[in-house]
Structures are given as structure tokens and as C-alpha cells.
Design a protein around this ligand. Structure first.
Ligand code: NDP
Length: 333
């Protein structure tokens, strides 16, 4: 059984030394346990935070232990009444090819509803993050302007489409012309800005948000957010979902930032984690599934192949090498 463990805690950007491949036998199944073969693993920006030995909303990874994270697998042996061979399951078993799970750790997914990978993306954690962060905190109203950073990623691409469903003027910020084109042409965002090729973000935002900004869904933080804050409207709402531009900084970068703009505009800025909404996941998943079936939501996935490519795929998140949810396919279903 191949596994990937945290070899050492990274300083700054993680690299190949951060991870180590190891082999371990899968143990015997006990009562209420199942043997799962991994099909897809999810790589997510929040995992970077768990590599640090710092207090957060999830436990830090331990050095020399398998990297835990969302994954989908197939039951290949079962001593549980709840699962049988062939069931497709989702859990947090992470970066390993096989896993002996206690049945409570897994949830069955229905492969006939949608491609199974969507349960790690648009119908799973990242889709729910978009849904609750935007609707519960952002509360976009018809005709308002919604700006999203990290707009072509797993969370951002869903946020913008939901904002369109709600009748907003939607502007995405992303890191390449290909992404800008994807947002405008495929996802029907009203406008999109390539922050890498724009030397004046403030002017670009002014031009694309002529009525100012009512909701800013922030995935990245840093200078991009500084520019957005200059264009806020009165009573703007800012769901703070992530700050990926800061995750690999060795020294926290402090700047003029935002406080005075928040005061001037009576804006509301609220951080959140998707886990806050655990008791409403079902509502979110049903609604996302319905929009998907009605063709109101589209999605793209960036799928890398092969267990050995998981660490590189994870590092790709910080290079912007993904459109939509980034996943690694480990085995065929
Ligand atoms: P994405 O699919 O958006 O992938 C990450 C993207 O971030 C990259 O494609 C890249 O796109 C962009 N990026 C990377 N580095 C930088 C940088 N320095 N500055 C600006 N953009 C950068 O990932 P997710 O959708 O999974 O996550 C998006 C954000 O949401 C993250 O901050 C994550 O931590 C957060 N999150 C929060 C959750 C919560 O519960 N609060 C749950 C899930 C995610 P580009 O080419 O545009 O630069």
C-alpha cells in the first residue's frame, strides 16, 4: 500500500522534500471495517495550513503521518453491514492507495447522479463553500455587483455562477487570459480581470464595476483585495473564504489594508469555514445538484493522473495551474 506522509514542515513554499512516499501493509479487517481502494484524491489549499504546527480550525498534520484529505474510493472488501463490495464512498482517507476504514468514517455516494469526482468539487466541499459563503454572508441582491477573487478555481467558479443566478453583475479576478476567457464565455460572468497582466487593478475594477462593489467574495487576500476594497459600496458584504496569496509567506505581509474603507462604507467583513454549515450541507447539496441538472451551473475539473503525481498536483494550486477543482485520479472505477 503506497502512502504519502508529511516528511517535514515546510517553510514558505512546500517542495518535494515536504513529502515522502512510503509503503505499508494494509491490516486485517475487523468487525465494522471496510477496505477501500482510492479512486480520486482531492488536493486543497487549506492543506497547506495543516502542514504548519499552528492553531487552526483543523488539526495540524503530524510529521511522518499520512496526509489526510478528501478522497473517493471503492469498497473492495467489507465486514460492515452498511457497505458492500463495489460501493463508491467518500471520506477523509487522503493520500494513500488503500485504506482500512471504520464504517462510520465513510459516506456512500450514488454514481448514477453525477460523475463521482463532483462529490469532491461542485457537489462537495468546494461547492458548499461557495454556496454558503455567498448566500449566507454575501447575500447578493438582484442588480448588485459581486466581485470574486480566485474566480476560476473550484470555489470561485461556483460563487460567480450562483451570483449570476441571483441576478447580480458578476466580475471575476483570475491569473491568466485563458481563465478570463473561460469565466466570460463559458460561465457567463459579465466581466473578468487578469490580475497578472493588469498593472492597475483599481482602474480595472472601476471600469468593470461602474456601480461600485456590493459583495466581495475573497479567496486570495493581499494586494488584490486591497484594490477591491477601494471600490466598495456602502453596506458592502465581504465573505472571507481564503487568503491563498498569504499561505506560503514566511513572514506575514502587512500593508495599508482595509480598515478605513470598511469604516467609511459601513462594510461587513466576515470569515467563515464551510464546516460552520455542516447541519445545512444537505440543503446546499440538493440545491447545487438541481442547478447542475437544470444546466444553470457548469463546472470544469483539472484531473491529474497517477498516485505519484499527488504532491505536484498540490503544488500546482499555488501556481494557478488549475481551472476548476483540482483532483488526482489514482485508479479507474
Ligand atoms: P482553487 O481551485 O481556487 O485553486 C487555487 C487558485 O488560487 C489557483 O488556481 C490560483 O489561480 C489562485 N492563486 C494561487 N496563488 C495565488 C496568489 N498568490 N494570488 C492570487 N491567487 C492565487 O482552490 P479552491 O477553490 O479549493 O480554494 C479557493 C480559496 O478558498 C482558498 O483560499 C482556500 O483556502 C479557500 N477555501 C476556504 C474554505 C472555507 O471553508 N473557508 C473551503 C475551501 C476553500 P490564479 O491563476 O487565478 O492565480
Amino acid at each position: 500500500n503506497n502512502q504519502i506522509i508529511l516528511a517535514e514542515r515546510p517553510n514558505g513554499m512546500p517542495d518535494q522534500n515536504t513529502f515522502r512516499f512510503v509503503q505499508q501493509d494494509v491490516g486485517e479487517l475487523k468487525e465494522d471495517q471496510v477496505l477501500v481502494r482510492t479512486l480520486f484524491v482531492s488536493v486543497d489549499p487549506y492543506m497547506r495550513g495543516r502542514m504548519q504546527d499552528a492553531e487552526s480550525y483543523v488539526e495540524p498534520y503530524k510529521v511522518n503521518e499520512v496526509i489526510e484529505g478528501g478522497a473517493i474510493g471503492e469498497v473492495i472488501d467489507s465486514r460492515s453491514g452498511r457497505f458492500q463490495q463495489g460501493d463508491v464512498v467518500i471520506g477523509m482517507f487522503g493520500w494513500q492507495e488503500y485504506y482500512v476504514a471504520t464504517d462510520k468514517e465513510l459516506r456512500k455516494i450514488d454514481p448514477s447522479l453525477a460523475p463521482i469526482s463532483t462529490h469532491l468539487g461542485i457537489l462537495g466541499m468546494t461547492g458548499l463553500t461557495a454556496y454558503f459563503g455567498l448566500l449566507d454572508i454575501g447575500q447578493p441582491k438582484e442588480g448588485e455587483t459581486v466581485v470574486i477573487s480566485g474566480a476560476a478555481g473550484a470555489v470561485g467558479s461556483v460563487v460567480g455562477q450562483i451570483a449570476k443566478i441571483k441576478g447580480a453583475h458578476v466580475v471575476g479576478i483570475a491569473g491568466s487570459n485563458e481563465k478570463v476567457q473561460y469565466l466570460k464565455e463559458d460561465l457567463k460572468f459579465d466581466e473578468a480581470i487578469n490580475y497578472r497582466s493588469t498593472d492597475n487593478m483599481e482602474a480595472a475594477l472601476k471600469a468593470t464595476c461602474p456601480n461600485g462593489i456590493d459583495v466581495y467574495f475573497d479567496n486570495v487576500g493581499g494586494e488584490i483585495s486591497d484594490a477591491v476594497f477601494t471600490q466598495l459600496n456602502r453596506y458592502a458584504r465581504i465573505p472571507v473564504c481564503g487568503a491563498i496569496s498569504a499561505y506560503n509567506l514566511e513572514k506575514l505581509d502587512l500593508g495599508p489594508r482595509v480598515q478605513t474603507m470598511l469604516i467609511k462604507k459601513s462594510a461587513l467583513m466576515q470569515g467563515f469555514t464551510v464546516g460552520n454549515y455542516a447541519d445545512r450541507f444537505n440543503e446546499g447539496a440538493v440545491q447545487l445538484g438541481q442547478w447542475l441538472q437544470e444546466g444553470k451551473l457548469k463546472y470544469r475539473e483539472t484531473i491529474k493522473e497517477g498516485f505519484e503525481n499527488i504532491p505536484n498536483a498540490f503544488l500546482d494550486l499555488f501556481k494557478g495551474n488549475n481551472v476548476g477543482k483540482l483532483l488526482v485520479k489514482v485508479a479507474d472505477h
